[in-house]
Design a protein around this ligand. Structure first.
Ligand code: FAD
Length: 448
């Protein structure tokens, strides 16, 4: 899908177990063969394109077991190939009182790949990015060692499946593998936290008429601690999500919408949350001059199209993307400080290039920070050139306003490197050299 330049691997290896992976790592390190770990290649940044050839290690096909679900300590121990669809089905059928959280990604994207890249899901306003929910990892390092990180570190050769309950008060070595894009080792197990699946649920749809009306709402909603998630979309994206293939924004229409799922263990608690949400919107409309309306999302989807419910309930294929061969985004973490400026400047760039304004945004972990993600769908080999120019201009604008891109291809990390503290780069390079002295793990990423 990505606009990033393609490159073929020389071989693909489909491992079944840890012993095979150790043998592979020893072999590749001896003969200096690149190893690119891959699950389903859904990251959109082209991060599994083997920039220098070598071997793609496909974890998706045979290392995809749900090894343990712990009801007491609320976590799942997974092999890397477990998909969102697979985990949701398994929990719904076997542990209906527990839930994971799901991105707006296809059901065949992986839970572990998403957690390793700090992905965000339909519980992120409450709990933050999925990397924060990692309890522990099993990793094969460059020396062929099997390393267990987290509370699972007890046990010389084996770990009790019931021992993966937390990261523990130990140096946080999980960070050596999160957001490193497979550059530091190969993950063979990962424990992720699960959450109570509350029986009382109510999703709302908010619509924002002014272009920047969503900004003050995003600054305040997380602080109330009442929502599972808030995901904002330009109206063009909202239309695309519910199946309108060529969406446009008409002059009288709202600029943005937001899906706001809420849940609670009791009806009374849900009613209290409902009241607080309405109060906030009334206050913003009265005191800050915004024009925001709240709609019961379930009623909206009954009237409009039941498929709309997948946005907050399920990982789902976005049908309007299917006819387009190209998909990319400038996904960033951002502050809400200059949010209005970010929204306005990005909107102007979309207009300049005559491209529908596709933007998705989220408030994370009670509003401590946000996600701002302009999206680009295109037909490869037809309008890719115009799109690449737009992607670059939007990237520059976002970086200038202090946003930090995630799932970054190397052309983007080259831009970031021009702006960041040299001390950070020096430490980063040192860690990479220590974890992978011959540079065989996904070489070229972050311009190493
Ligand atoms: C239409 C669409 C919508 C999306 N919406 C969202 C969204 O709302 N939120 C969100 O967070 N994401 C979203 N995504 C992105 C996607 O779901 C995640 O980035 C994803 O889960 C990771 O992709 P993957 O599982 O296929 O892993 P891959 O892309 O195969 O790999 C991801 C990275 O992890 C590395 N890696 C893979 N396996 C290992 C291993 N065993 N050890 C070490 N490193 C490894 C790879 O080298 C790569 O760098 C969306 C994607 C699409 C296509």
């Amino acid at each position: 899908m990505t606009e990033n330049r393609p490159h073929m691997p020389d071989f693909i290896v489909i491992p079944e177990n840890v012993e095979q992976i150790i043998e592979l790592v020893n072999f590749c390190n001896k003969y200096l063969v690149p190893i690119v770990p891959y699950i389903s290649g859904n990251n959109v940044g082209g991060l599994t394109i083997p920039l220098q050839g070598g071997i793609i290690v496909d974890f998706g096909k045979k290392m995809n077991k749900i090894l343990h679900v712990d009801e007491t300590m609320m976590y799942a121990l997974l092999e890397p190939g477990v998909t969102f669809g697979q985990l949701k089905k398994y929990l719904d059928e076997n542990h209906p009182n527990l839930r994971y959280s799901y991105p707006n990604a296809p059901p065949y994207a992986s839970v572990v790949g998403n957690a390793l890249l700090s992905g965000m899901t339909n519980l992120s306003t409450k709990i933050g990015p999925m990397s924060d929910s990692i309890n522990g990892l099993e990793v094969i390092t460059i020396d062929g060692d099997v390393v267990r990180i987290g509370s699972c570190f007890y046990g010389i050769n084996e770990a009790d499946p019931a021992s993966w309950w937390g990261k523990g008060p130990i140096p946080d070595l999980v960070g050596l593998f999160v957001n490193w894009q497979g550059m530091t080792g190969l993950i063979t197990k990962c424990a992720v936290q699960l959450w109570p699946n509350h029986p009382f649920k109510k999703p709302y749809l908010a619509v924002f008429f002014g272009l920047t009306d969503i900004a003050p709402f995003f600054r305040e909603i997380g602080k109330l601690d009442i929502v599972d998630d808030v995901v904002g979309f330009t109206i063009e994206v909202a239309k695309m999500e519910v199946g309108i293939d060529e969406p446009k924004r008409y002059p009288e229409e709202p600029a943005y919408s937001a899906v706001i799922p809420m849940s609670a263990p009791s009806e009374k608690m849900l009613e209290a949350k409902d009241e607080l949400l309405h109060n906030l919107i009334n206050k913003l409309n009265k005191e800050q001059g915004t024009n925001i309306h709240l709609i019961d999302y379930n009623e909206f989807s009954k009237l409009y199209n039941l498929k709309a419910r997948t946005i907050y309930e399920l990982p789902a294929v976005i049908l309007s993307l299917v006819p387009y061969s190209g998909l990319s985004w400038v996904g960033t973490y951002c502050s809400f400080e200059n949010f209005e400026e970010l929204i306005e400047k990005t909107d102007a760039l979309f207009q300049k290039h005559n491209v529908p304004s596709y933007v998705m945004m989220k408030t994370m972990r009670s509003g401590h920070y946000g996600i701002f993600r302009p999206i680009f769908r295109f037909k490869k080999f037809e309008d890719q050139e115009n799109m690449v120019e737009l992607i670059e201009e939007i990237t520059d604008t976002c970086i200038d306003l202090g946003c930090i891109p995630y799932k970054t291809p190397e052309w983007m990390t080259a831009k970031i490197r021009e702006k960041i503290n040299p001390g950070w780069i020096k430490l980063f390079e040192k860690v990479k050299k220590c974890m992978d002295p011959n540079g065989i793990f996904n070489p070229g990423r972050w311009n190493t």
